[in-house]
Design a protein around this ligand. Sequence first.
Ligand code: MG
Length: 389
Amino acid sequence: MQVSAIIAAGGRGVRLGRPEPKQLLAVAGRPILERSVSAFLGHPEIGEVVVALPRELVDAPPPYLQAPGARLRLVAGGARRQDSVANAFARIDEAAEIIVVHDAARPFASAALISRTIAAAAEWGAAVAALPARDTVKCVTSVEAPFVRETLPREAIYLAQTPQAFRRAVLAEALAVAAEATDEAMLAEQAGHRVRIVDGERSNIKITTPEDLAAAEALARAAQEPAAAARTGRAGIGYDLHRLVEGRPLVLGGVAIPFEKGLLGHSDADVVCHAIADALLGAAGAGDIGRHFPDSDPRWKGASSLALLEQVARIVGGCGLAVGSVDATIVAERPTLAPHVAAMRANVARAIGMGVDRISIKGKTNEGVGELGRGEAIAVHAIAFLTPV
Ligand code: MG
């Protein structure tokens, strides 16, 4: 099934109060028209895109429309929207079976929405993206002095968007209707065709007023931010193990836990703090704790590893990074750690200087297997996620 698209960009957008045509304005760094055209040009089901533009833009198109090939064509728009669409329709590939019409002023139509509309047009002949009305709808006596004449049943009201899609013959008949219309679906109705409603999208807004432009900017930025954070965020992994021996206190995450044995080491041997410190240093690309806090340094003999963690947080901050989250798993056959987890998380959060809700610590046994399972040692795996400040 061959599908073509028409982008209606013939208007000048006087309501935005800007000298340049509104479709050339940028939203989060990309022009509205470029966003709309690429949504269709990049869609796997669409073979060609014909853009109806003001005459002066056809003569001097913006750079992103300057490589027209077989898949992208520019035509001059007409006086009314339907004239622009008719001019574009006259240039559509003769083999096209379905034609999708879209407003350039709606730059956020998703690929899924375009596919839904195409599929419905193939089945029903004509289809329009639309949203069910959320507000109660009042019909008024006159525009000049409005009084409510009637309240319409909201369930039966849909607000039309684009894309709208048609079988070729249906659009040809619609455009032959000699009436004024605000969209092609209305012309198709007047030509006697049934038009199927397709679920629209709340984010598929039409940019008409300065308020719309601000809303579009916020939408586009929100869509970019998670992707940008994932690109620039950094993850690090840490691991540590200490032997359990008699005659030493057991300190995990800064909590002294009553037990018959404790961990052997130069400092307090807090394996939780050590693994988290290594995860943080790893994410920052700043080496490991062996390099920053060597066993040969007498300052760290018997020292609290929470103080070491504080130092590490300062190193990470010095790299221009903030701690997004930390997760650690303690592998210990005994003792039971669950009663101490909350205190460990609070200690670690305080040392790093972050919210306790973004620190996770979990206990696990080794099911009696190997050295850890026999209670000869305790090991910790940790991961840290850092973001640029
Ligand atoms: Mg260690």
